[in-house]
Design a protein around this ligand. Structure first.
Ligand code: ADP
Length: 303
Protein backbone atom coordinates (compact mmCIF):
# COMPACT_ATOMS: atom_id res chain seq x y z
CA UNK A 1 0.00 0.00 0.00
CA UNK A 2 1.09 3.55 -0.75
CA UNK A 3 -0.47 6.17 1.51
CA UNK A 4 -0.58 9.64 -0.02
CA UNK A 5 -1.17 12.51 2.40
CA UNK A 6 -1.87 15.59 0.37
CA UNK A 7 -4.11 17.94 -1.52
CA UNK A 8 -7.14 17.61 -3.69
CA UNK A 9 -8.37 20.65 -5.59
CA UNK A 10 -10.61 20.97 -8.60
CA UNK A 11 -8.84 22.54 -11.59
CA UNK A 12 -10.93 25.25 -13.26
CA UNK A 13 -9.08 26.13 -16.41
CA UNK A 14 -9.81 28.62 -19.15
CA UNK A 15 -7.85 29.69 -22.19
CA UNK A 16 -7.56 33.44 -22.59
CA UNK A 17 -6.41 35.48 -25.60
CA UNK A 18 -4.29 37.53 -23.18
CA UNK A 19 -3.83 37.70 -19.40
CA UNK A 20 -6.27 40.14 -17.80
CA UNK A 21 -4.76 43.22 -16.15
CA UNK A 22 -5.94 44.06 -12.62
CA UNK A 23 -9.56 45.17 -12.92
CA UNK A 24 -9.95 43.82 -16.46
CA UNK A 25 -12.39 41.14 -17.60
CA UNK A 26 -11.37 39.09 -20.62
CA UNK A 27 -13.67 36.87 -22.67
CA UNK A 28 -11.86 33.55 -22.78
CA UNK A 29 -12.57 29.87 -23.31
CA UNK A 30 -12.90 27.04 -23.81
CA UNK A 31 -13.36 26.15 -20.16
CA UNK A 32 -12.17 22.83 -18.78
CA UNK A 33 -12.70 21.36 -15.34
CA UNK A 34 -11.03 18.36 -13.78
CA UNK A 35 -9.46 16.78 -10.74
CA UNK A 36 -6.20 18.28 -9.54
CA UNK A 37 -3.99 18.97 -6.54
CA UNK A 38 -0.50 17.56 -6.19
CA UNK A 39 -1.52 14.88 -3.70
CA UNK A 40 -4.42 13.66 -5.79
CA UNK A 41 -2.40 13.72 -9.02
CA UNK A 42 0.45 11.74 -7.47
CA UNK A 43 -2.03 9.22 -6.07
CA UNK A 44 -3.48 8.71 -9.56
CA UNK A 45 -0.02 8.32 -11.09
CA UNK A 46 0.86 5.58 -8.59
CA UNK A 47 -2.52 3.83 -8.79
CA UNK A 48 -2.31 3.64 -12.60
CA UNK A 49 0.95 1.72 -12.18
CA UNK A 50 -0.96 -0.94 -10.27
CA UNK A 51 -0.14 0.07 -6.70
CA UNK A 52 -2.81 -0.05 -4.00
CA UNK A 53 -3.14 3.58 -2.97
CA UNK A 54 -4.88 5.21 -0.01
CA UNK A 55 -5.57 8.94 -0.22
CA UNK A 56 -5.58 11.06 2.92
CA UNK A 57 -7.06 14.49 2.22
CA UNK A 58 -9.96 16.78 3.04
CA UNK A 59 -12.72 18.11 0.81
CA UNK A 60 -15.75 20.33 1.37
CA UNK A 61 -19.34 19.26 1.86
CA UNK A 62 -20.22 20.32 -1.69
CA UNK A 63 -20.56 18.91 -5.22
CA UNK A 64 -16.80 19.28 -5.92
CA UNK A 65 -16.07 17.21 -2.81
CA UNK A 66 -18.48 14.50 -3.91
CA UNK A 67 -16.91 14.51 -7.37
CA UNK A 68 -13.48 14.08 -5.73
CA UNK A 69 -14.59 10.90 -3.98
CA UNK A 70 -16.06 9.53 -7.24
CA UNK A 71 -12.85 10.41 -9.08
CA UNK A 72 -10.64 8.55 -6.60
CA UNK A 73 -12.97 5.55 -6.62
CA UNK A 74 -12.85 5.44 -10.41
CA UNK A 75 -9.03 5.32 -10.12
CA UNK A 76 -9.28 2.46 -7.58
CA UNK A 77 -7.88 4.68 -4.82
CA UNK A 78 -9.14 4.12 -1.27
CA UNK A 79 -11.22 7.05 0.02
CA UNK A 80 -11.53 5.79 3.60
CA UNK A 81 -9.51 8.80 4.75
CA UNK A 82 -10.95 11.46 2.49
CA UNK A 83 -12.34 13.70 5.23
CA UNK A 84 -15.21 16.13 4.73
CA UNK A 85 -15.08 19.60 6.27
CA UNK A 86 -18.47 21.24 6.83
CA UNK A 87 -17.08 24.75 7.10
CA UNK A 88 -14.68 24.97 4.13
CA UNK A 89 -15.26 24.56 0.43
CA UNK A 90 -13.38 21.99 -1.62
CA UNK A 91 -10.10 23.46 -2.81
CA UNK A 92 -9.93 24.95 -6.29
CA UNK A 93 -7.19 26.03 -8.68
CA UNK A 94 -8.16 28.94 -10.95
CA UNK A 95 -5.98 28.56 -14.02
CA UNK A 96 -5.70 30.92 -16.98
CA UNK A 97 -3.60 29.84 -19.98
CA UNK A 98 -2.88 32.37 -22.72
CA UNK A 99 -2.15 31.82 -26.38
CA UNK A 100 1.59 31.59 -25.69
CA UNK A 101 1.00 28.72 -23.28
CA UNK A 102 1.90 30.92 -20.29
CA UNK A 103 -0.25 30.37 -17.23
CA UNK A 104 -1.43 32.21 -14.13
CA UNK A 105 -2.76 30.13 -11.28
CA UNK A 106 -4.45 30.93 -7.99
CA UNK A 107 -4.84 27.93 -5.70
CA UNK A 108 -7.47 28.23 -2.96
CA UNK A 109 -6.64 25.22 -0.79
CA UNK A 110 -9.99 25.38 1.02
CA UNK A 111 -10.72 22.17 2.91
CA UNK A 112 -7.45 20.39 2.09
CA UNK A 113 -5.55 23.24 3.76
CA UNK A 114 -7.42 22.27 6.94
CA UNK A 115 -6.14 18.70 6.99
CA UNK A 116 -5.11 18.39 10.64
CA UNK A 117 -2.72 16.26 12.67
CA UNK A 118 -5.79 14.55 14.19
CA UNK A 119 -7.05 13.65 10.71
CA UNK A 120 -3.70 12.12 9.77
CA UNK A 121 -3.62 10.28 13.11
CA UNK A 122 -6.86 8.53 12.11
CA UNK A 123 -4.93 6.94 9.24
CA UNK A 124 -2.27 5.58 11.62
CA UNK A 125 -3.04 1.92 10.92
CA UNK A 126 -2.98 2.54 7.17
CA UNK A 127 0.39 4.29 7.43
CA UNK A 128 1.69 1.44 9.56
CA UNK A 129 0.71 -1.08 6.87
CA UNK A 130 2.15 1.01 4.03
CA UNK A 131 5.28 0.19 2.07
CA UNK A 132 5.81 3.84 1.13
CA UNK A 133 4.26 7.10 2.31
CA UNK A 134 4.12 10.07 -0.07
CA UNK A 135 3.54 13.64 1.12
CA UNK A 136 3.78 17.15 -0.38
CA UNK A 137 3.55 20.67 1.06
CA UNK A 138 0.13 21.55 -0.35
CA UNK A 139 -1.88 20.87 2.84
CA UNK A 140 -0.94 22.05 6.32
CA UNK A 141 2.51 21.76 7.92
CA UNK A 142 0.93 20.02 10.92
CA UNK A 143 -0.39 17.28 8.62
CA UNK A 144 3.10 16.90 7.12
CA UNK A 145 4.64 16.77 10.59
CA UNK A 146 2.23 14.09 11.82
CA UNK A 147 2.77 12.03 8.65
CA UNK A 148 6.55 12.06 9.12
CA UNK A 149 6.15 11.24 12.79
CA UNK A 150 3.91 8.21 12.17
CA UNK A 151 6.02 6.92 9.30
CA UNK A 152 9.08 7.27 11.54
CA UNK A 153 7.39 5.37 14.36
CA UNK A 154 6.70 2.42 12.08
CA UNK A 155 9.86 2.63 10.00
CA UNK A 156 7.96 3.27 6.75
CA UNK A 157 10.01 5.14 4.10
CA UNK A 158 8.62 8.58 3.28
CA UNK A 159 8.96 10.54 0.06
CA UNK A 160 8.58 14.28 0.68
CA UNK A 161 7.89 16.25 -2.49
CA UNK A 162 8.57 19.79 -1.19
CA UNK A 163 6.02 21.45 -3.48
CA UNK A 164 4.78 24.08 -3.55
CA UNK A 165 7.80 25.44 -1.69
CA UNK A 166 7.36 26.35 1.96
CA UNK A 167 10.14 26.63 4.53
CA UNK A 168 10.51 23.24 6.22
CA UNK A 169 11.34 23.13 9.93
CA UNK A 170 14.87 21.69 10.25
CA UNK A 171 13.87 18.83 12.56
CA UNK A 172 11.32 17.57 10.03
CA UNK A 173 13.98 16.98 7.37
CA UNK A 174 15.63 14.34 9.54
CA UNK A 175 12.54 12.15 9.20
CA UNK A 176 12.55 12.29 5.39
CA UNK A 177 13.77 9.23 3.50
CA UNK A 178 13.53 10.70 -0.02
CA UNK A 179 13.15 14.38 -0.91
CA UNK A 180 12.21 15.29 -4.49
CA UNK A 181 12.52 19.03 -5.19
CA UNK A 182 12.53 20.40 -8.73
CA UNK A 183 15.23 22.94 -9.60
CA UNK A 184 13.26 25.90 -8.23
CA UNK A 185 12.42 24.16 -4.98
CA UNK A 186 16.01 22.95 -4.58
CA UNK A 187 17.17 26.56 -4.96
CA UNK A 188 14.63 27.83 -2.42
CA UNK A 189 15.60 25.08 0.04
CA UNK A 190 19.36 25.55 -0.25
CA UNK A 191 20.07 28.94 -1.87
CA UNK A 192 22.05 27.12 -4.56
CA UNK A 193 21.01 27.75 -8.14
CA UNK A 194 20.87 24.50 -10.14
CA UNK A 195 22.56 25.06 -13.47
CA UNK A 196 24.57 21.86 -13.99
CA UNK A 197 25.55 18.58 -12.34
CA UNK A 198 28.07 20.24 -10.09
CA UNK A 199 25.53 22.68 -8.61
CA UNK A 200 23.00 19.84 -8.28
CA UNK A 201 25.63 17.97 -6.31
CA UNK A 202 26.22 20.93 -4.01
CA UNK A 203 22.50 21.49 -3.36
CA UNK A 204 21.91 17.77 -2.80
CA UNK A 205 24.82 17.62 -0.33
CA UNK A 206 23.26 20.44 1.69
CA UNK A 207 19.98 18.53 2.00
CA UNK A 208 21.85 15.32 2.76
CA UNK A 209 23.79 16.99 5.55
CA UNK A 210 20.50 18.26 7.01
CA UNK A 211 19.44 14.65 7.49
CA UNK A 212 17.63 13.52 4.32
CA UNK A 213 18.85 10.03 3.36
CA UNK A 214 18.18 10.15 -0.38
CA UNK A 215 18.04 13.37 -2.41
CA UNK A 216 16.43 13.41 -5.86
CA UNK A 217 16.46 16.73 -7.71
CA UNK A 218 14.24 16.67 -10.80
CA UNK A 219 15.72 18.57 -13.74
CA UNK A 220 12.83 18.84 -16.22
CA UNK A 221 13.63 17.18 -19.54
CA UNK A 222 17.21 16.57 -18.37
CA UNK A 223 15.90 13.91 -15.96
CA UNK A 224 16.93 13.76 -12.33
CA UNK A 225 19.99 13.90 -10.12
CA UNK A 226 20.35 11.40 -7.30
CA UNK A 227 22.55 11.70 -4.24
CA UNK A 228 22.95 9.53 -1.14
CA UNK A 229 26.24 10.75 0.31
CA UNK A 230 29.79 10.42 -0.93
CA UNK A 231 31.85 12.46 -3.39
CA UNK A 232 29.28 12.56 -6.20
CA UNK A 233 25.76 11.68 -7.25
CA UNK A 234 24.32 10.17 -10.41
CA UNK A 235 22.40 11.79 -13.25
CA UNK A 236 19.52 9.72 -14.60
CA UNK A 237 18.81 11.24 -18.01
CA UNK A 238 15.25 12.05 -19.02
CA UNK A 239 13.56 10.35 -21.97
CA UNK A 240 13.15 12.16 -25.27
CA UNK A 241 9.47 12.74 -26.02
CA UNK A 242 7.36 15.33 -27.82
CA UNK A 243 6.18 17.43 -24.90
CA UNK A 244 2.75 19.03 -25.28
CA UNK A 245 1.97 19.94 -21.64
CA UNK A 246 4.53 19.67 -18.87
CA UNK A 247 2.15 20.52 -16.00
CA UNK A 248 1.97 17.58 -13.66
CA UNK A 249 5.36 16.18 -14.70
CA UNK A 250 6.61 16.38 -11.12
CA UNK A 251 3.43 14.68 -9.90
CA UNK A 252 3.86 11.85 -12.40
CA UNK A 253 7.50 11.48 -11.32
CA UNK A 254 6.63 11.24 -7.62
CA UNK A 255 3.76 8.82 -8.14
CA UNK A 256 5.95 6.67 -10.38
CA UNK A 257 8.81 6.73 -7.88
CA UNK A 258 6.53 5.75 -4.99
CA UNK A 259 5.12 2.87 -7.02
CA UNK A 260 8.49 1.54 -8.12
CA UNK A 261 9.94 1.71 -4.61
CA UNK A 262 6.82 0.08 -3.15
CA UNK A 263 7.27 -2.72 -5.66
CA UNK A 264 10.74 -3.28 -4.28
CA UNK A 265 12.73 -2.02 -7.25
CA UNK A 266 16.24 -0.74 -6.64
CA UNK A 267 16.66 3.02 -6.47
CA UNK A 268 18.35 2.94 -9.90
CA UNK A 269 15.45 1.16 -11.50
CA UNK A 270 12.92 3.24 -9.57
CA UNK A 271 14.39 6.54 -10.83
CA UNK A 272 14.42 5.28 -14.40
CA UNK A 273 10.79 4.19 -13.97
CA UNK A 274 9.84 7.60 -12.50
CA UNK A 275 11.52 9.40 -15.43
CA UNK A 276 9.50 7.24 -17.83
CA UNK A 277 6.15 7.86 -16.10
CA UNK A 278 6.88 11.60 -16.09
CA UNK A 279 8.04 11.67 -19.73
CA UNK A 280 4.85 9.94 -20.86
CA UNK A 281 2.71 12.34 -18.81
CA UNK A 282 4.06 15.38 -20.70
CA UNK A 283 2.98 13.90 -24.04
CA UNK A 284 -0.69 14.43 -23.05
CA UNK A 285 -2.68 17.48 -21.97
CA UNK A 286 -3.78 17.77 -18.35
CA UNK A 287 -2.51 16.49 -15.01
CA UNK A 288 -4.33 13.50 -13.49
CA UNK A 289 -5.96 12.45 -16.79
CA UNK A 290 -2.51 12.53 -18.47
CA UNK A 291 -0.97 9.91 -16.17
CA UNK A 292 0.10 6.84 -18.17
CA UNK A 293 -0.90 3.28 -17.35
CA UNK A 294 1.52 0.59 -16.28
CA UNK A 295 1.24 -1.05 -19.74
CA UNK A 296 2.15 2.21 -21.48
CA UNK A 297 5.19 2.65 -19.23
CA UNK A 298 6.41 -0.90 -19.73
CA UNK A 299 5.98 -0.73 -23.50
CA UNK A 300 7.85 2.59 -23.50
CA UNK A 301 10.73 1.20 -21.44
CA UNK A 302 11.10 -1.79 -23.75
CA UNK A 303 11.68 0.41 -26.80
P1 ADP B 1 8.04 19.96 -12.03
O1 ADP B 1 6.98 19.46 -12.97
O2 ADP B 1 7.71 19.70 -10.60
O3 ADP B 1 8.49 21.36 -12.27
P2 ADP B 1 10.34 18.90 -13.46
O4 ADP B 1 10.11 19.96 -14.50
O5 ADP B 1 11.70 18.79 -12.90
O6 ADP B 1 9.33 19.03 -12.24
O7 ADP B 1 9.91 17.51 -14.13
C1 ADP B 1 9.81 16.33 -13.36
C2 ADP B 1 10.25 15.15 -14.18
O8 ADP B 1 9.43 15.08 -15.35
C3 ADP B 1 11.67 15.20 -14.70
O9 ADP B 1 12.55 14.66 -13.73
C4 ADP B 1 11.58 14.33 -15.96
O10 ADP B 1 11.65 12.96 -15.60
C5 ADP B 1 10.16 14.60 -16.45
N1 ADP B 1 10.09 15.64 -17.51
C6 ADP B 1 9.75 16.94 -17.34
N2 ADP B 1 9.75 17.60 -18.52
C7 ADP B 1 10.09 16.68 -19.47
C8 ADP B 1 10.27 16.72 -20.90
N3 ADP B 1 10.10 17.84 -21.59
N4 ADP B 1 10.63 15.57 -21.52
C9 ADP B 1 10.80 14.41 -20.83
N5 ADP B 1 10.65 14.31 -19.49
C10 ADP B 1 10.31 15.42 -18.81
Amino acid sequence: IITVVGSYVVDLMSRTPHMPKPGETVLGGPFRMGPGGKGGNQAVAAARQGSRVCMVTKVGNDPFGQAAVKHFQAEHISTDYVFVDDAEATGAALIAVDDNGENMIVVALGACGKLSAEDVAQAEQMIKRSTVVLVQLETSMEAVRKTLELAGTYGVPVILNPAPYQPIPEELLKGVTYITPNETEAFLLTGIEITDEESAYRAASVLYRRGVKHVVITLGKKGCYYYEGGPSGILYPGFHVDAVDTTGAGDAFNGGLAHALAEGRSIRQALRYANAVAALSVTKIGTAPAMPSREEVERFLQN
